[in-house]
Design a protein around this ligand. Structure first.
Ligand code: FAD
Length: 284
């Protein structure tokens, strides 16, 4: 590992000032489960300074504000898993963090780090997109809020500037009649990154008709997004296996129209359709 300067600010103003001063030389450090792996790769790491934000207590925790849930970026996956608020209002997020890495990774890794690292397989991205989350970024130049759907450019690339700190994740509470799920397919059951994943939310009327449907895939499209074509198939219909199969087919069609046919299509085309059907069945 190359030598670097280590900074450990105790407040957001201090951290913003440091990042402004250090410029492109600095790297923000949260749980370090992505950063340290990167820093240890020979020849691949250029940052000369690390700004460890873990002493900034205002960046931790989960709270409610009216109809919204607020999550601090330094909240660990384990804390999200054990949160009663998340369990009640965003169970698909709980399901997603349950499968991240190992207990050690879940105790150390943060939701903010997962979003900012922006790996295609990042498990918190599909559920947070399905929840219509927005995020707040802060730097010495000011603060801005953006929809998570506008945040990602492609895997490992976001619209965040190098000196911007993610300070808040916010999303509306799911209504009591919403059902949600997160399904992840890996090469094995534990300590495995997603080959494909699906986050789904279904809301039904008292008559059993689907009134709201949200489907987001992980590690499938070049950029994460809700698959509106598939959601449209579901709205106004009563759940059935045939309907869920039709929605799954729409997702694989959308995937192929984005990526074209390539070496992995033979595998992904049927598998994503089945994962979508399973995730919708799990919303029943
Ligand atoms: C063995 C192993 C297994 C893993 N398994 C999974 C898995 O199953 N699923 C999965 O999704 N991920 C997995 N990961 C990846 C990793 O654990 C997660 O992405 C984790 O959430 C990263 O959080 P962190 O706090 O460790 O981030 P860090 O490593 O500290 O930072 C990650 C990136 O985010 C930036 N950053 C962090 N916080 C902020 C902030 N508040 N504002 C601005 N920038 C910030 C950093 O500069 C860096 O670019 C695994 C990693 C390992 C080592």
């Amino acid at each position: 590992m190359k030598p670097f300067d280590y900074h450990s600010p105790r407040s957001l103003p201090e951290a913003c000032l440091l990042l402004a001063e250090l410029g492109a030389e600095a790297k923000i450090l949260a749980g370090g489960t992505d950063v340290l792996v990167e820093m240890r790769k020979p020849g691949s790491y250029s940052s000369k300074a690390v700004v460890d934000i873990t002493r900034i207590s205002s960046l931790k925790g989960i709270g409610e504000s009216g109809d919204a849930i607020l999550i601090g970026p330094l909240t660990t996956h384990a804390e999200i898993f054990h949160s009663r608020i998340v369990e009640q209002y965003a169970p698909l997020l709980k399901a997603a963090v349950a499968g991240i890495g190992s207990p050690q990774i879940r105790n150390r890794g943060t939701v903010g780090g997962n979003l900012m690292n922006a790996a295609a397989c990042a498990d918190t991205v599909p559920p947070l997109l399905a929840l219509n989350a927005t995020i707040k970024l802060l730097s010495s130049k000011g603060e801005r809020s953006i929809a998570l759907s506008d945040f990602f450019i492609k895997p490992y690339a976001t619209v965040a500037q190098r000196d911007e700190i993610l300070v808040e994740i916010r999303f509306p509470k799911l209504p009591a009649n919403a059902r949600s799920s997160f399904v992840k397919l890996g090469r094995r059951n534990a300590l495995s990154i997603a080959r494909l994943s699906v986050a789904a939310i279904l809301v039904k009327s008292d008559a059993g008709v689907i009134t709201d449907a949200r489907i987001v895939t992980g590690a499938a499209f070049p950029k994460w997004q809700r698959v509106l074509e598939a959601e449209k198939v579901l709205i106004g219909q009563k759940p059935s296996r045939e309907l869920f199969d039709a929605a799954g087919k729409k997702v694989s069609e959308a995937l192929i129209s984005f990526t074209g046919r390539r070496w992995s299509t033979e595998y992904k085309e049927p598998v994503i359709a089945v994962l979508v059907r399973r995730s919708l069945e799990a919303c029943q």
